[in-house]
Write a protein that binds this ligand. Structure first.
Ligand code: NDP
Length: 374
């Protein structure tokens, strides 16, 4: 017998059904779920899609568990959650520790309990049973597209940049793939045990094999690729780069790390994770004139593509990879434009933090006022 605690915070539904991921990690408690849910409201507003904000999860640790154990936990979690969610009410998705496997088990249990094939109740589903192409890649791809738009404002692009990425999960791997497809060299990435240095540029195929197929650790990557070093317990922010993409978790990049990155010639930061930079770190970046794309804008590609998945479910359709990626690109360029225009309007050009906060807030507040919800 094992007891875990589960949460779902339904924060705001002014723009659409509550929408936000589920996180399975031993560090999960109510405070984390609330802050993620609060941020999610404004992120979802910035996408321009009809989705409200929420978040959920559990302190269950899927690491080292068999598929059968993960399945039993997902069933147990859904046995309570099912009564709170629905395609018009609250639509959870994945987050840390919740990927396609977990969404499948959760969906199966929802279907079993309700006797409804309600595709729109969860996003991040498998392609053959209601999922959307590009959803697995969307957050990482979107972060890079947003960062590319920021770089354009300084007359440059990803081409030729030296990039460091933290994490080696879903967001990190797809950010690495997209950045390299645009001509950058990603020289380092990490997991919670350490980081790898690969000066030739990370081999995304091998990384996917180690992390997604074998569910192994980064040090296994280093063993298999000549010339790669693994720094046990080290911080990936010790590596000099022109672009940093924090894609692991909250508060992973503090003021000291930010100052070090600035000294190393940093030009831009795009947050793939939720709030990875501490307040001190953000201040250091902004004072140094580094382009800084906050998570609620830069990583909104995942939830935006979840909204595209909901559209496909509602029309019982499935779109091609190219069409979906085109929609994602338009959405990310639109978010960049909204943040930049709002920062200009409020007299702080280039301040994407202010642009994202005010841009997202104003949209939600207007809808709440119009609906008489205040
Ligand atoms: P994954 O579980 O796929 O990967 C998380 C990665 O971060 C792993 O490499 C993990 O290493 C590392 N990590 C987790 N916790 C810590 C920690 N405390 N210290 C150092 N490293 C850590 O998650 P995702 O890639 O999906 O999510 C990453 C971030 O992006 C999160 O902040 C999430 O909220 C955010 N995000 C994700 C979206 C998505 O679509 N997936 C959408 C929007 C935001 P290890 O394996 O060692 O634990």
């Amino acid at each position: 017998m094992q007891i875990n605690r589960g949460f779902r915070v339904e924060f705001n539904s002014a723009l659409g059904p509550y929408k936000g991921g589920l996180r399975f990690h031993p560090s999960v408690y109510l405070g984390i779920v609330k802050f993620l849910g609060f941020e999610q409201i404004f992120k979802n507003a910035l996408t321009g899609m009809p989705i409200g904000g929420g978040k959920g999860g559990s302190d269950f640790d899927p690491r080292g568990r068999s598929d059968a154990e993960v399945m039993r936990f997902c069933r147990s979690f859904m046995t309570e959650l099912y009564r709170h969610i629905g395609e018009y009410t609250d639509v959870p998705a994945g987050d840390i520790g919740v990927g396609g496997r977990e969404i499948g088990y959760l969906f199966g249990q929802y279907k079993r309990i309700t006797n409804r094939y309600e595709s729109g109740v969860l996003t991040g589903k498998g392609i053959s049973w209601g999922g959307s192409l590009v959803r697995p890649e969307a957050t990482g791809f979107g972060t890079v597209i947003f960062t590319q738009e920021m770089l354009k404002t300084r007359g440059t692009s990803f081409d030729g940049q030296r990039v460091v990425v933290s994490g080696s999960g879903n967001v990190a791997i797809n950010a690495i793939a997209k950045a390299q497809s645009l001509g950058a060299t990603v020289v380092a990435c990490s997991d919670s045990s350490g980081y790898i240095m690969d000066e030739a540029g990370i081999d995304v195929g091998l990384l996917r094999e180690v992390k997604e197929v074998e569910r192994g650790r980064l040090k296994d990557y280093a063993v298999r690729r000549p010339g790669v070093s693994y720094v046990d317990g080290g911080s990936v922010w010790d590596v000099d780069a022109t672009v940093a993409l924090p894609c692991a978790t909250q508060n992973e990049l503090d003021g000291g790390a930010a100052a070090r990155l600035v000294r190393g010639g940093l030009l831009a930061v795009g947050e793939g994770a939720n709030m990875p930079s501490t307040r001190d770190a953000v201040a250091v970046f902004q004072e140094a004139g580094v382009l800084f794309g906050p998570g609620k804008a830069a990583n909104a590609g995942g939830v935006a593509t979840s909204a595209l998945e909901m559209q496909q479910n509602a029309s019982r359709d499935s779109w091609s990879f190219e069409h979906t990626e085109e929609r994602l690109t338009d959405i990310m360029v639109g978010i960049h434009h909204r943040c930049a225009a709002t920062a200009d309007e409020y007299g702080e050009p280039g301040n994407y933090v202010l642009g994202a906060n005010i841009g997202g807030f104003a949209k939600v507040a207007e809808a709440m006022l119009a609906q008489g919800l205040i």
